[in-house]
Write a protein that binds this ligand. Sequence first.
Ligand code: UDP
Length: 320
Amino acid sequence: MILVVGGAGYIGSHLVKELVLTEEVVVLDNGSTGHFSSIADGVSIVQGDLGNPEVLKSIFTKYPIKAVMHFAANSLIGESVENPLKYYKNNVAATLALLETMMEFNIKNFIFSSTAATYGIPTVDLITEETPTYPINPYGKSKLMIEDILEDFYDAYGLNYVVLRYFNAAGAHISGEIGERHDPETHLIPIILEHLLGEREKISIFGTDYETSDGTCIRDYIHVTDLAKAHILALEALLEGKVGKEIYNLGNGRGYSVKEVVDMCQKVTGRKAIIEYAKRRPGDPAKLVASSQRIYEDFGWRPKYRLEEIIETAWKWHSQ
Ligand code: UDP
């Protein structure tokens, strides 16, 4: 049995959809940002907080948990700057409570959702896991703190773990059954698609004076099912005892500017966007593109979906 913490969320629910094909799954989620309706059939669901040791103890007592996959976190950079307490409480303190209870129950396999935000403002074109981490906001810092804690737990308690640093998760399940649904929505692709569906008056492009080819920010968009597949490979490796402490980037290795993403959305949907050019959004680095060479070498992971297909799946989901 695998415990998926935050399995009702965007990335967690896509992972669960893949994981139930091979494993028994229990999801712990408090429903704060996720949707219980997104959880695949056949999964046991516990509604509660991961920072609550009583809830965790009851799960670990009831189910024979082999590994924990942890997706539950707050993940908005701007909000983390305004309300760091929320981020250190929910992302750091609650995760520590989870790890503490895992150690108590001798559960030694852990997969942790981390982020490109741990790199801050990188000076390299292609970010590898060796690129120095200097997070510039509480969100990125909160994730890096847990990464550091995991390393110490590996040394002291023999906790085996895989950290996955996501770049820009995007797209929806190919079935059209689940997809990205945040409230409020802040992410680029869903915002553009909502506009093209007539649900928003216009879109804003944040910043046109970055040092990039067209002046807008460049990001590496990675399909949520490709992310899910990477988790499955990491889990298999952990359960087979092949990995101890590992960190992997997950991206496509190809960057797209905000303007290019808008163009691709227009192409995929055949609709025209009304664009407002706005000032920079605080905390946005000009360019974040991943090298995912390490996870390819270790697990043979390669992303399947490119930007066009990412947007096609998102459009299918949004237009339903
Ligand atoms: N962005 C934008 N307009 C929007 C939302 C996002 O121009 O309405 C830009 C944002 O500044 C960033 C990129 O799109 O450069 C991706 O932002 P998103 O919030 O999707 O992901 P993040 O990179 O923050 O994880």
